[in-house]
Design a protein around this ligand. Structure first.
Ligand code: XIL
Length: 361
């Protein structure tokens, strides 16, 4: 239906524009409430400029980028004596060239961190002093290199468990419970001008959210700089419920910190075991039924309704990938979590977000 409207507009205007061009005439970044940026996590083919179709959309639509993988420990610091900065420099430059807010993700995490980091002498686990020195060196090298260029960093990612306690993680095993505070301390030293964030998922679950709020309050009680809470927002069609999303936003913002949706996507696939019947595990292998397409659009409209309603509480919204082809949620199946389809055409969900933002202006 949107295609026909787009075509109608093009014909009425008497110009030969493709319908999809007409539909993408509006840019999300121009429609966002004042002071709120909108971004996307980009992959290396995009920051290297190889995926030109994607680069065109990213440049037009967004004013913020996050690195999907490039600045994770494993990629930027693969071995003890080697940092890999080539592709990382191009990522940062990609954003600076386009006057975008460039985000760093992520310094301290229990995943995508190479094994050498946690190894001590003779195969024993590294102890507190060794791990603190490695953490400090890493943060100073990476944050220091992009000082004044990277606007804000996810300093620590996913440190809280579902019950609200500190998650068991190799950084914690070696350093102790103050490893989170140490990471924020080192990041502040390395670039006093950068915003510093704590980032996590499932923040609509009260116990986990309470743990995150305790953690950021503790960091601030120690006199550390913390600017914002990143809510990853890896959500589904039905869960979390929209009122849970709103309640979480209100409570997180009650800390006085900025709240950001840092990794937004909507997973349409069932959580299926690897050996599950393919028809059940991969139900949209040949395409997404229109009914689901409309449900996805409605879901995104509901989410952006909450965001514009609480425009003073949200400083940023970042999608975790540009098109469905780019999404980490495929993993061998066919998922449809984002605003652009595999042909890089805007989906009804894109139009739904445009409509909500336009109405709110
Ligand atoms: C994901 C990337 O999208 C994948 O390409 C990679 O294989 C694994 O990590 N939470 C995070 C992100 O903070 O860094 C993760 O990104 C998704 C979950």
């Amino acid at each position: 239906m949107n295609r026909l409207i787009g075509l109608g507009v093009a014909i009425a205007a008497g110009v030969a524009v493709a319908p999809q061009t007409a539909r993408q005439d509006l840019a999300l970044k121009d429609l966002m409430p004042k002071g709120m940026v909108i971004g996307v996590a980009i992959n290396q083919r995009q920051s290297d400029g190889v995926d030109t179709a994607a680069v065109g959309i990213i440049t037009k639509q967004f004013n913020q980028i996050s690195p999907e993988n490039l600045l994770k420990f494993q990629l930027v610091h693969p071995t003890a004596d080697r940092y890999a900065f080539d592709a990382q420099d191009r990522y940062v430059q990609f954003g600076l060239d386009r006057q975008m807010q460039v985000v760093g993700h992520t310094l301290v995490w229990h995943q995508q961190t190479p094994g050498w980091v946690f190894q001590g002498a003779d195969g024993t686990p590294a102890g507190r002093e060794t791990l603190l020195a490695r953490m400090r060196d890493h943060i100073h090298a990476v944050v220091g290199r992009y000082k004044g260029k990277i606007y804000g960093w996810d300093v620590v990612n996913e440190a809280i468990d579902e019950d609200g306690s500190l998650r068991q993680a190799p950084w914690r095993d070696g350093i102790g419970d103050d490893y989170v505070a140490k990471a924020f301390e080192f990041a502040r030293e390395a670039d006093p001008g950068a915003e510093l964030y704590y980032n996590d998922y499932n923040l609509e679950k009260p116990a986990k959210r309470a743990g995150v709020i305790r953690l950021v309050n503790d960091l601030r009680a120690r006199g550390l700089r913390v600017d914002g809470i990143g809510n990853q927002a890896h959500w589904r069609l039905e869960t979390p419920a929209i009122d849970e999303i709103e309640a979480a936003l209100i409570e997180l913002h009650g800390t006085g910190l900025k709240v950001m949706y840092t990794e937004l996507d909507i997973n349409l696939l069932p959580a299926a075991a690897r050996d599950a019947d393919p028809a059940l595990a991969n139900p949209y292998a040949t395409g997404l039924p229109d009914e689901k397409q409309q449900q996805l659009a409605k879901r995104y409209a509901d989410i952006f309704d909450v965001i514009v309603k609480h425009r003073d509480s949200v400083s940023r919204v970042t999608f975790w990938g540009l098109s469905d082809a780019d999404s980490w949620l495929n993993r061998g199946r066919m998922n449809y979590p984002l605003l652009w389809d595999r042909q890089r055409q805007p989906k009804p969900a894109f139009q739904a977000v445009v409509d909500v933002l336009s109405r709110a202006r």
